[in-house]
Design a protein around this ligand. Structure first.
Ligand code: FES
Length: 81
């Protein structure tokens, strides 16, 4: 079953001598495999979809968040307290 995951990191988190994937695109989870470079050039105000092959597609929205995948929590006014 497909699953949408909202990630905004563009690089790994170093833990000791390991690099943990924070972008969600690594094919070697939980470790970084360099796939985060596919996020290069992303516009922070836009929303993107990456397919299993790592191909990027911009999702058309007015605000950068459709709210359909996450309930709109990326919008400041909708964040839980
Ligand atoms: S941080 Fe995800 S592949 Fe590098």
């Amino acid at each position: 079953m497909p699953r949408l995951v909202n990630k905004s990191a563009h690089g790994p988190q170093q833990v000791g001598d390991r690099h943990i994937c924070m972008c969600g695109l690594s094919n070697n989870q939980p470790f970084c495999d360099g796939s985060h470079h596919k996020t290069d050039g992303e516009d922070e105000k836009k929303l993107y979809f990456y397919d299993e092959a790592g191909n990027r597609e911009e999702i058309e929205t007015d605000s950068g968040c459709s709210g359909e995948c996450c309930g709109g929590c990326c919008q400041e006014e909708n964040k839980p307290n």
